[in-house]
Design a protein around this ligand. Structure first.
Ligand code: 5AD
Ligand code: SF4
Length: 442
């Protein structure tokens, strides 16, 4: 049996897909690079916004022809949409045969087998409140990169931001035992990976319920001790749980990158309250100040949502002011999207689409200006770049890409042998949101 897997959504979903491929390989299935060559098509899906779901339904629409022609025998839909929508998926997309949730990967080979044997639709979308990739560290991985890899440290979320589906699609927060995380990091390093990204919905609350209880700063120190590890990143940090200990550990370390993703969401306390974020704008700014004092070069990225129900123009202006003040290094900007089962979907005061879009556009334009200014200041400096990719060109050289510790993407001329190496690159120019440079030393 050959499978083709397509992944939608966040880093967590990409990581789940890498594990899923390990499970499928173990059960004897082979990967097919195109859907035309596959017996089974798997979609690992995302529900975070309406658009994410629409993308999956439109993909299913395009796959319907392949299914009808009989080439593809089975379509399985997994991840957050399966968890959120359950059997409702069959109504909108009757070509789906198997539904598996974010925690059902281990059962998937059996479900595929059962469908083939009986022709009956299979559904397993239960949330498993105990297992968190524990014991999966040595699965035959199908990683998407060769230099940097994600490692899941916790799953689910206990925060209940009023707009967010994740607590219902991925269940309560569960931390992965440190020993299992460290085992996976060691395996990655032995396989040649230089950088790990520790991922979770809220890494700063890592460790609750473990015995012995291990906080996130302590976990970072353990990962840092792994022989041969080059760089450590992590995401996402909830501002309410980011503490001084984390700042200290980051400031102390040569391996933990000076970069943090700290979602602000909105610049008015009333809106943050309605979102149930549990911090005020002043508290947020205080944390930014502490980070910058201890780690002057730190890069701060954020998420901002435009047009939360009842947000006024002057409240939105506060968001723009905070953006001016903090000068984020990168920004993920979203239009608020009502999600089923969340508290916010019940709220009155939805903004008109045009108004929400105008706010989105203004925040986007402001961020472009700030980032252009910030990137310009890199020109002329020499940066430490970990080369992640090298693509051959017609000119006889490779187009290399890599990242600075502050997560800036740098493009430079080089060759394939540079992949995985930490290089000195002199920045010559700005290319959109990226930098262009010249190799200065190895
Ligand atoms: N609408 C728009 N954006 C959302 N996010 C989460 N839920 C929604 C929603 N319903 C954004 C938040 C979060 C990021 C991962 O996605 O900004 O930090
Ligand atoms: Fe990731 Fe959230 Fe999308 Fe699920 S809903 S794939 S957790 S972004």
């Amino acid at each position: 049996m050959r499978y083709h897997l397509e992944t939608f959504g966040c880093l967590m979903n990409t990581y789940d897909s890498e594990k899923l491929e390990g499970i499928l390989a173990k059960s004897g299935m082979e990967r097919a690079d195109s859907p035309e060559d596959a017996d089974v098509i798997l979609l690992n899906t995302c529900s975070i916004r309406e658009k994410a779901e629409a993308k999956v339904f439109s993909r299913l629409g395009r796959l319907a022809g392949l299914k009808k022609s009989g080439k593809v025998r089975l379509i399985a839909l997994g991840g957050c949409m399966a968890s959120l929508r359950k059997e409702e998926i069959f109504k909108r997309a009757p070509i789906v045969d198997v539904l598996f949730g974010p925690d059902s990967a281990a059962h998937l080979p059996q479900m595929l087998e059962d469908f083939r044997a009986t022709g009956k639709r299979q559904v397993d979308v239960a949330i498993d409140e105990h297992t968190v990739w524990d014991g999966t560290e040595d699965l035959p991985d199908k990683r998407s990169g060769t230099v940097a890899a994600s490692v899941g440290i916790m799953k689910g979320c206990d925060n209940h931001c009023t707009y967010c589906v994740v607590p219902s699609t991925r269940g309560p927060e569960v931390s992965r035992p440190a020993a299992s995380i460290l085992a996976e990091v060691r395996i990655l390093v032995a396989a040649g990976y230089r950088e790990v990204m520790l991922i979770g919905q809220n890494v700063n609350s890592y460790g609750k319920g473990l015995s012995p209880e291990t906080g996130f700063p302590a976990l970072l120190r353990m990962v840092e001790q792994v022989d041969g590890i080059g760089r450590i990143r992590f995401m996402t940090s909830h501002p309410k749980d980011m503490n001084d200990q984390l700042v200290e550990v980051m400031a102390d370390s040569k391996k933990i990158c000076p970069a943090i993703h700290l979602p602000l969401q909105a610049g008015a306390d009333r809106i943050l309250g309605m979102m149930n974020r549990n911090y005020t704008v002043d508290e947020y700014l205080g944390k930014v100040a502490r980070l910058r004092k201890a780690i002057p070069e730190v890069a701060i990225s954020t998420d901002i949502m435009a047009g939360f129900p009842t947000e006024t123009e002057s409240e939105f202006q506060r968001t723009l002011e905070i953006m001016e003040q903090v000068r984020f290094d990168s920004l993920y900007l979203f239009n608020y999207s009502p999600r089923p089962g969340t508290a916010a979907v019940e709220m009155e005061g939805m903004l008109l689409k045009e108004e929400a879009q105008s706010r989105f556009d203004r925040a986007h334009a402001l961020h472009r200006r700030i980032v252009a200014e910030k990137l310009k200041s890199f020109v002329g400096s020499t940066q430490e770049v970990l080369c992640e990719q090298a693509k051959a060109t017609d000119g006889g050289f490779a187009r290399c890409t890599g990242r600075t510790p502050t997560n800036q993407l740098v493009i430079f001329k080089g060759d394939k042998g540079l992949v995985g190496k930490t290089l000195q690159v002199t920045i010559k120019d700005v290319l959109g949101y990226n930098l262009e440079g010249l190799l200065a030393g190895i």
